[in-house]
Ligand binder design. Structure first.
Ligand SMILES: NC(=O)c1ccc[n+]([C@@H]2O[C@H](COP(=O)([O-])OP(=O)(O)OC[C@H]3O[C@@H](n4cnc5c(N)ncnc54)[C@H](O)[C@@H]3O)[C@@H](O)[C@H]2O)c1
Length: 261
């Protein structure tokens, strides 16, 4: 059944998480928007309610283990055990050299992006095992597959890819599927801010992608919903690029033997 599920979206108050929460709600699921940003999360809940969907906001800081435990308890009490978890809470990083890297920022990125994803899986999975089913989607990045000057962000995403594959093997026998989406350059609030501040070049991002454009948050959401649906019931341990052809095109453009006319 692809509706009527209890779905938790961390980072659901903005960007990819927001679009994902809206999409699951459209499909008839009860969506828990879990975010450290209460105003953003409440805004998404209001949007879902106005469209006739069912949604709740729960505060969580995924970098805090007790906060995640509290989230699991509150979700269970409010609407029953979650069978779908989307780990979209995450923070981006601006490019830097090793010698200039702020170690506090490094540790915060690992705490939110990797450890937050890991701990949410750790704490939501026991309920899924009891249900005998579950679907988890993590959020990777092109920076997991390329060499970028993002010394904390990029390795944190590579680690998420590996975690996704390990958990798919670990939890498959329990009926739980674990996949990841690998977004290209997505026009989320966080990304738009970086474009406006001059940390990302929009023209370059478009030029590097085969389809010559950025990806919309709703397009990532569709991929996430697919991976959690019964149409994907044989898919686990996969990392699905939704990148407007960024990975293929950047590799293609590097080929030394031919110049595009
Ligand atoms: N935008 C892109 O181009 C892009 C590309 C690849 C991967 N991603 C990944 O997608 C995910 C979502 O990013 P986005 O672009 O939608 O950003 P966003 O800032 O629009 O959304 C991220 C959300 O996570 C929340 N959050 C941050 N720290 C948190 C914490 N400690 N606990 C709970 N919630 C927290 C924020 O409040 C925000 O609502 C991230 O993991 C990001 O790394 C984004």
């Amino acid at each position: 059944m692809d509706s009527g599920r209890v779905v938790v979206v961390t980072g659901g108050g903005s960007g990819i998480g927001r679009a994902t929460a809206l999409r699951f709600a459209q499909e008839g699921d009860s969506v828990v928007v879990a975010d450290v940003n209460e105003a953003g999360g409440m805004g998404v809940v209001d949007e879902i309610s106005q469209n006739g969907g069912t949604s709740f906001f729960e505060h969580v800081d995924v970098a805090n283990d007790e906060s995640i435990s509290e989230l699991v308890r509150r979700v269970r009490d409010r609407c029953g055990a979650a069978s779908v978890l989307v780990n979209s809470a995450g923070i981006l990083q601006n490019p830097t050299r090793l010698v200039d890297l702020d170690i506090e920022e490094h540790d915060r990125i690992w705490a939110v992006n990797y450890r937050g994803t890991f701990m949410c899986c750790r704490k939501f999975v026991p309920d899924m095992i009891e249900l005998g089913e579950g679907a988890i989607v993590n959020i990777s990045s092109t920076s997991a597959a390329r060499v970028f000057p993002l010394l904390a962000y990029s390795p944190s995403k590579t680690a998420i890819d590996q975690l996704t594959k390990i958990l798919s093997a670990d939890l498959g026998p329990d009926g739980i599927r674990v996949n990841a989406v690998l977004p290209g350059y997505v026009r989320s609030e966080q990304m738009q801010l970086r474009i406006d501040q001059g940390f990302r070049d929009e023209a370059k991002m478009k030029e590097q992608s085969a389809l010559q454009r950025m990806v919309e948050p709703s397009e990532i959401a569709q991929g996430i919903c697919f991976l959690c649906s019964s149409a994907a019931k044989a898919i686990t341990g996969s990392i699905l690029p939704i990148d407007a052809g960024y990975l293929s095109s950047t590799s293609y453009q590097l080929y030394a033997g031919w110049t595009k006319s």
